[in-house]
Design a protein around this ligand. Structure first.
Ligand code: PEP
Ligand code: MG
Length: 893
C-alpha cells in the first residue's frame, strides 16, 4: 500500500485532501524555498488504512519509523534523548476542515521527566519547558485518555491562583512542576495509567486517538467519516534557547493599510505564546537586524517571495533557533475588517490584483462589522486586556458573572456585560439580554463567539490575561486590578480590547457615508468601501432591493444603494391608531356591509398617502407592494384574557355588551394555528373589498406621482398563494380596479401583478401560477417554515441550538438558505415559472435575501433580485458582486 506517508519536501503531485491543510500549506512554503522545520505527513489514506485494520498496519508503521529516523538525522538529536531532545508537534487536519476550525496542535512530543531536565540543561527556558510539558500531559489526558478537559483546566486555575495571578500567561516557573504532577495525578486517578516515559509510545497514542476520533467524528449522530483526515508531524524549533534565539511575526506590508514595506516584531529569547495574543511589548524587526543581520536579510527576502506568491499582505511566523531562521507559517495575514478593505484597494492600486480579486478579498461579514458603532478613537480607554474580537460592536456595561443576574439586571434597565470563563447553553438567556459578552477562554469558534454573533451581541473571547472567578463575582486583570460585579467595563468587538470604565462610543463612519453625512474621501476606510462597492455594483448581475414599509425606510434604502423596494409589508402600516380600523374591519359581522364600507373609506386616503410617499422616495425604481398579510390573531383581542374579563363581569352581574359581542366574534374567528390560518390571500378573498381598497390606494397614489412629474414603477404582490386560482381571482379584481382608476384619472398606469412563492404547494405548481403572475418573489421565511414544518421562533428558541450541539444541523435554515431542501423548491419553481412565462421576473424577499451564503446561491440560480432590510443593502450589493466575480455565469444561449 503506497501513499500513506510523505516527507514535507517530497509531496509533489499529492492531492491536498490527502495532505490536509497543514501539510499542504507547509509543502507549498517548502516549494517556495522557505526554511520550514522538517516534517512528514500521514495522509488521509493512512487514516483509512488504520481505521480499516483497526490497527497500525506494517505499511504505515515502517515508513513512520523511517521518517522519524530521518528527522532525528537532520536535527542531530533523537526523540527521547535525555539531553537536548528532539521534540515534535502534531497537527491534525480534521476531515472537512474547510468548514471546521483546525484542532489545536499537540506540541512537545518527546518531553519526558528525564528530557525536561535535559532540555533545560541545554539552554531551554525553564518556565517555557515546564509549560510545554504540562500542556503535553493535559493534551494526552484529554485526547488519548478521553478525560474531560475541565479536569485539567481546574488544575490550571488552581495553579494560577497559587501564584497570585501576577503572570500574564498561566503559572510561574515555580508552580509548573507541581502542575505537571497534578495533571499526572488526574490521569492516574481517572484511568489508572501513568504518563508514558517513552516518546514513541506517546506519539503513537496521539496518532491512534486522533484517527479513532475521526471514525465516529466525536459528534454522536453524524455519519461515519468517509473522507479521512491527515496528520502532520514536524520538528519543533524554539526561540527561548538563549540570546541567539527568538521568535517573531513579520508582515509583508503595513497590516493596517496594505502599503508596501515589511513590518513586524521580534522577541529575543522568547517562547511561542508571547506573540500569540498580539505584539504587546514586542520589539520591532530592527532588533533582529542588529542581533542577527543574516537572519534579518533572509527574512526580508522571504517576505518578498511570500508577498509576490500570495499577492496579498502575508504574516510570517518565524523562529530564530541558535542563530538559524525557521519559518513556521506564512500566508495571507490576519486582518480586521477595516484593514481588509484598505489592503484590497492598496493591492489593486499597485496593479497586483484586479477588480474581481479585490472584490473577493473582502466579505459582507467584514462590511457588517464596519456598520457597528465603535469606541471613540480620540479617547483612549484604560485597556486591561486584549482577547479575540469575536463579534463586532462596542459595548459598555456593568459586569455580571452569571446568566441569572444578567437577566434580572437587564430587565431592570441596567446595561450589563456578562463575564464568564467560557459559556454554555445555560448562559443563553443572559447573553441575549446583555450588551456584550466577555470570556477569558475560547476563540472565534467557541460557544460564546458563535452564539453572540448569532444574537448580534458584541463579544470578546479568549481574554486570557484575566483571571475570572465566577463564584467570587470578580475578575482580576494584570497588575492585580480587581473588577467586581457592578463595575463598568467597555469591550470592543472589533479589536478585542477590554477597558475599565466607560469609553465613549461614536457612530460608524461607513454608516455616516451611506447616510450621506460625510464624503467618501473623508476617511481612508470609507473611501476603500466606496470604491469596492462601486466595483460590486458594476459586476453584480443580481439587483438588490430593500424591504421597506415606511417612507423613511424607503429613503434610507435609496441612500444605502437599493435598486428598488422588493417588499413593502402593508400590515406594518396598520400600527398604532390605524390598528383600530383594521380590527373593526376584521371583526365586522359578515353581513355588515356598512361598517366594512365605512372602514375601507377611512383607510383609503391613509394608504394612498403612505404609498405616494414611498413611490416618491423610490421614484424611477420598482416598488413591490404586498397586499395585506397579517396573521389574524395579531388583530384580535386575546381570547383567554377576554373570556376572563367577561366571566368576572358576568359574575358581578355587569358584563359590557360590547365585550360580550367581542367575545363571540373572537370565538368565531379564533384559530388553533394562526400562521396556517386565515392570512395572506385567504384574508383578501374572504374580507370583501380589502384588497380592492389597497389596489385602489396604490393606483391612485401612483397616478398622483405621475401628475407630479414622477415615474412610479408599481408592482402589486399577492401573499401566501397556494393555488393558481387564488391568484387568478385576486388578479381579475385588481385589474378591474386598475382599469377604473385609469379611466377616472386618465393616467395609463402599467402596474405589474405577481405573487409570493412561500408555500411548498405554490412552488410545486409554479408553472400554473406563472400563467397569472408577472413576477415571483420567494418568501423564504414562510417557505422555510412550511418546508421544514417548524416555526422559526419556536425552533430558534427551543430545539435548534440542541440540534447544533448534537451535530444534526450546523447552522440555521432560517439564516442561510437550505439549498438541499428549500433551495430545491426554489430551483424547481423558478424553472417551471420561467418555462411557462419566459419573461417572468424572479426575486427573493425573505431574510435570506441579505445573507451572503444565500445570495451566492441565488446568483447561481439566476434569480433577478434579492431584497433585504435597508441596513443590509450594502452587504447584499457587495456579496452580489462577489458572487458574480466568483461564479461568472455562462451566457444563456
Ligand atoms: C417571507 O415569508 O419570507 C416573507 C417575506 O413574508 P413574511 O416574513 O412577512 O411572512
Ligand atoms: Mg411570508
Amino acid at each position: 500500500m503506497s501513499g500513506l506517508v510523505y516527507d514535507l519536501c517530497d509531496t509533489g503531485g499529492v492531492a491536498a485532501d490527502q495532505l490536509g491543510r497543514t501539510g499542504t500549506e507547509l509543502a507549498e512554503l517548502i516549494g517556495l524555498g522557505l526554511p520550514v522545520p522538517p516534517g512528514f505527513v500521514l495522509t488521509a489514506r493512512a487514516c483509512h488504512a488504520y481505521l480499516a485494520a483497526q490497527e497500525v498496519p506494517t505499511e504505515l508503521a515502517e515508513p513512520v519509523r523511517a521518517h522519524l529516523h530521518e528527522l532525528a538525522r537532520r536535527a542531530g538529536r533523537k526523540l527521547g534523548q535525555s539531553d537536548d531532545p528532539l521534540l515534535l508537534s502534531l497537527h491534525a487536519d480534521r476531515p472537512g476542515s474547510g468548514q471546521d476550525a483546525p484542532a489545536a496542535p499537540v506540541r512537545g512530543i518527546g518531553l519526558t521527566d528525564a528530557s525536561v531536565a535535559g532540555f533545560i540543561a541545554a539552554g531551554g527556558d525553564e518556565r517555557a519547558v515546564w509549560d510545554l510539558y504540562q500542556r503535553l500531559v493535559a493534551a494526552y489526558g484529554t485526547v488519548v485518555a478521553g478525560i474531560p478537559a475541565e479536569k485539567f483546566e481546574a488544575e490550571l486555575t488552581r495553579a494560577d491562583w497559587a501564584c497570585g495571578q501576577a503572570e500574564q500567561f498561566c503559572s510561574g516557573a515555580a508552580e509548573l512542576p507541581a502542575l505537571v504532577a497534578a495533571h499526572k495525578r488526574v490521569l492516574r486517578e481517572q484511568t489508572g495509567r501513568e504518563f508514558p516515559q517513552d516518546p514513541n509510545e506517546v506519539l503513537e497514542s496521539f496518532v491512534r486517538a486522533t484517527f479513532d476520533s475521526w471514525a465516529v467524528n466525536g459528534r454522536g449522530r453524524r455519519p461515519l467519516v468517509t473522507s479521512g483526515g491527515a496528520l502532520t508531524i514536524s520538528t519543533m524549533v524554539f526561540g527561548h534557547l538563549g540570546v541567539d534565539s527568538g521568535i517573531g511575526v513579520a508582515h509583508t506590508r503595513d497590516p493596517g493599510s496594505g502599503r508596501p514595506g515589511v513590518r513586524g516584531h521580534y522577541l529575543p529569547g522568547a517562547r511561542a505564546g508571547n506573540l500569540v495574543s498580539g505584539p504587546r511589548g514586542a520589539d520591532s524587526l530592527a532588533r533582529l537586524a542588529r542581533l542577527n543581520p543574516d537572519a534579518h536579510q533572509r527574512l526580508l527576502t522571504i517576505s518578498s517571495i511570500v508577498d509576490e506568491h500570495f499577492r496579498d499582505l502575508c504574516d510570517i511566523d518565524f523562529v530564530v533557533e541558535r542563530g538559524r531562521l525557521w519559518v513556521l507559517r506564512a500566508g495571507p495575514g490576519r486582518r480586521g475588517a477595516a484593514a481588509a478593505f484598505r489592503i484590497a484597494m492598496a493591492l489593486h492600486d499597485e496593479g497586483v490584483i484586479d477588480d474581481d480579486e479585490a472584490l473577493c478579498r473582502v466579505t459582507g461579514e467584514q462590511l457588517t462589522q464596519l456598520l457597528f458603532p465603535r469606541f471613540d478613537p480620540g479617547v483612549p480607554g484604560q485597556r486591561v486586556a486584549t482577547g479575540v474580537a469575536a463579534s463586532p460592536g462596542a459595548a459598555v456595561g456593568q459586569v455580571v458573572f452569571d446568566s441569572v443576574t444578567a437577566v434580572s439586571w437587564a430587565k431592570a434597565g441596567r446595561p450589563v456585560i456578562l463575564v464568564r470563563t467560557h459559556t454554555t447553553q445555560d448562559d443563553l438567556p443572559g447573553m441575549s439580554l446583555a450588551r456584550g459578552v466577555l470570556t477569558s477562554r475560547g476563540g472565534q469558534t467557541s460557544h460564546a463567539a458563535v452564539t453572540a454573533r448569532g444574537l448580534g451581541r458584541t463579544c470578546v473571547t479568549g481574554a486570557d490575561q484575566l483571571s475570572v472567578d465566577t463564584g467570587g463575582h470578580r475578575f482580576t486583570a494584570p497588575g492585580g486590578v480587581l473588577v467586581r460585579e457592578g463595575d463598568t467595563v467597555s469591550i470592543d468587538g472589533a479589536t478585542g480590547a477590554v477597558c475599565l470604565g466607560e469609553v465613549p462610543v461614536v457612530p460608524s463612519p461607513v454608516v455616516e457615508y451611506f447616510e450621506g453625512e460625510i464624503e467618501p474621501d473623508a476617511d481612508a476606510v470609507v473611501h476603500a468601501v466606496h470604491r469596492i462597492l462601486r466595483y460590486a455594483d458594476r459586476r453584480r448581475v443580481l439587483a438588490v432591493r430593500a424591504n421597506a414599509d415606511t417612507p423613511a425606510d424607503a429613503a434610507r434604502a435609496r441612500r444605502f444603494g437599493a435598486d428598488g423596494i422588493g417588499l413593502c409589508r402593508t400590515e406594518q402600516m396598520f400600527s398604532s391608531d390605524r390598528r383600530a380600523l383594521i380590527e373593526r374591519l376584521i371583526v365586522a359581522e359578515p353581513d355588515d356591509h356598512h361598517e366594512r364600507a365605512d372602514v375601507l373609506a377611512e383607510l383609503l386616503p391613509l394608504q394612498r398617502q403612505d404609498f405616494q410617499q414611498i413611490f416618491r422616495a423610490m421614484d424611477g425604481r420598482p416598488v413591490t407592494v404586498r397586499l395585506l398579510d397579517p396573521p389574524l390573531h395579531e388583530f384580535l383581542p386575546d381570547l383567554t384574557e377576554l373570556s376572563v374579563r367577561v366571566a368576572l363581569a358576568e359574575a358581578g352581574g355587569a358584563a359590557e355588551v360590547a365585550d360580550v359581542w367581542l367575545l363571540r366574534v373572537a370565538r368565531r374567528l379564533h384559530e388553533h394555528n394562526p400562521m396556517l390560518g386565515l392570512r395572506g390571500v385567504r384574508l383578501g378573498l374572504v374580507v370583501p373589498g380589502l384588497y380592492e381598497m389597497q389596489v385602489r390606494a396604490i393606483a391612485e397614489a401612483a397616478a398622483a406621482c405621475v401628475t407630479e412629474g414622477g415615474r412610479p414603477r408599481v408592482e402589486i404582490m399577492v401573499p401566501l398563494v397556494a393555488d393558481a386560482t387564488e391568484l387568478a381571482v385576486v388578479r381579475e379584481r385588481a385589474e378591474a380596479v386598475l382599469a377604473e382608476v385609469r379611466e377616472h384619472t386618465g393616467i395609463d398606469l402599467p402596474a405589474a401583478i405577481g405573487t409570493m412563492i412561500e408555500l411548498p404547494r405554490a412552488a410545486l405548481t409554479a408553472g400554473r401560477i406563472a400563467e397569472h403572475a408577472q413576477f415571483f418573489s420567494f418568501g423564504t421565511n414562510d417557505l422555510t417554515q412550511t418546508a421544514w414544518g417548524m416555526s422559526r421562533d419556536d425552533a430558534e428558541s427551543e430545539f435548534l441550538p440542541e440540534y447544533r450541539a448534537q451535530g444534526i444541523l450546523t447552522g440555521s435554515p432560517f439564516s442561510s438558505i437550505d439549498e438541499e431542501g428549500v433551495g430545491r423548491l426554489i430551483t424547481l419553481a423558478t424553472g417551471e415559472g420561467r418555462a411557462a412565462r419566459p419573461d417572468l421576473h424572479v426575486g427573493v424577499c425573505g431574510e435570506h435575501g441579505g445573507d451572503p451564503e444565500s445570495i451566492h446561491f441565488f446568483h447561481r440560480l439566476r434569480i433577478d433580485h434579492v431584497s433585504c432590510s435597508p441596513f443590509r443593502v450594502p452587504i447584499a450589493r457587495l456579496e452580489a458582486g462577489r458572487a458574480a466575480a466568483c461564479y461568472p455565469l455562462p451566457s444563456v444561449g
